[in-house]
Unconditional design. Structure first.
Length: 348
């Protein structure tokens, strides 16, 4: 019997989970962002301006959802946050120079920020302080430590928010830091802004290390766009029964999603000890497991693209994720799926 890992029913909606506007340090208004992303086939954008969470639900209509969120930053250093270069790895394990988190509200109208410091404001956000809402002391002092980051994540989860860990390579974070983070919803495995200027956009190695450290989290993609040039480069496909705020948030929280910079994943299911994936045209489909055994289905240049692959699962795999690569070098990434999520037992 098939067990669909991405729901068999419903529809995929293209979502940008990371966006900046003139409300902080972006160059476009929220209205301009909506118009641009609708032309690129998006159904939703999370407005995640730095240090200010605003209700943009006036932009929501039958074809578009404005998700409510903001980006929370630990930014002690504006130059080189990699303290291990100068102070040694033992300090870097405890000290934090730069970490960015996206916090999403499950209620589009609930704009209360956690661990808020109204003196710590980016760009134009100060212009909107009259709209700022917060939980607790509005002059919270950030603690530049792993525990300080975890404190913010805990506060967000207690406020019933979803939390993603953004661009770990761009932030020059080390495994000592990210493998110590607790209660995250997801890792931003693809960052469009980083893709437009470097090779630090792909955080698959971070995802693997966090998995091996016991972190069960999702993976998502987002543009981190500050202008129209860095738009439409990375996104999250969320499968839901209908286009609504609640359905998108539920689909994301339940893991009914994948990250992409190009390829589509059309079906994903397990049956008779095997996992099958159906995709758009690809040059490679890859199975990644917990251990040393990976598998792939690839084609050479000029051959017919691959659009489907089936991989046998083995008990010692413990878990798996699948990646897809297209002709242009773009990728799609599923989350990690664990064998204890599967209805059937995997046997030799």
């Amino acid at each position: 019997m098939k067990q669909y890992l991405l729901p068999a029913t419903g529809q995929f909606f293209k979502v940008n989970l990371h966006c900046h506007t003139v409300c902080s340090d972006g160059s476009q208004t929220p209205e301009e962002v909506k118009a641009l992303f609708k032309t690129k086939g998006y159904s939703a954008v999370a407005f995640t301006d730095h240090e200010i969470m605003l209700d943009h639900s006036d932009l929501t209509d039958e074809e578009f959802i404005a998700l409510t969120g903001y980006e929370y930053g630990f930014d002690k250093s504006k130059t080189n946050p990699f303290t291990a270069l100068y102070e040694g790895p033992l300090i870097s394990r405890q000290h934090v120079e730069k970490v960015h988190l996206n916090l999403y509200s499950k209620d589009p109208h609930d704009t209360r920020m956690v661990c808020c410091d109204l003196d710590y404001i980016w760009g134009n956000a100060r212009k909107y302080l009259d709209k700022a809402r917060y939980v607790g002391d509005p002059h919270y002092q950030r603690k530049y430590s792993v525990e300080g980051v975890n404190e913010v994540i805990r506060a967000a989860k207690e406020r019933n928010m979803l939390v993603t860990y953004n661009h770990p390579d761009w932030s020059m974070n080390t495994r000592h830091l990210y493998c110590s983070l607790e209660n995250l919803t997801a890792l931003e495995i693809l960052n469009g802004d980083a893709m437009s200027g470097s090779d630090m956009a792909d955080a698959t190695h971070v995802y693997q290390e966090m998995m091996r450290a016991g972190k069960r989290i999702l993976c998502v993609g987002g543009d981190d766009n500050h202008s129209n040039e860095a738009s439409g480069l990375a996104w999250t496909m969320i499968k839901a029964e209908k286009l609504s705020y609640a359905d998108l948030i539920d689909g994301l929280e339940m893991g009914n999603c994948y990250a992409s910079s190009g390829p589509e994943i059309k079906e994903l299911y397990v049956e008779d000890g095997k996992v099958t994936i159906k995709t758009s045209d690809a040059v490679g489909i890859f199975l990644h497991t917990a251990g040393r055994r990976d598998a792939c289905k690839t084609v050479r240049p000029g051959e017919t693209p691959v659009t489907e692959a089936t991989f046998a699962l083995q008990p010692h795999d413990l878990l798996f994720r699948i990646s897809v690569r297209d002709l242009y070098g773009n990728h799609a990434y599923t989350r990690y799926y664990y064998f204890d999520e599967l209805k059937e037992q995997i046997v030799d």
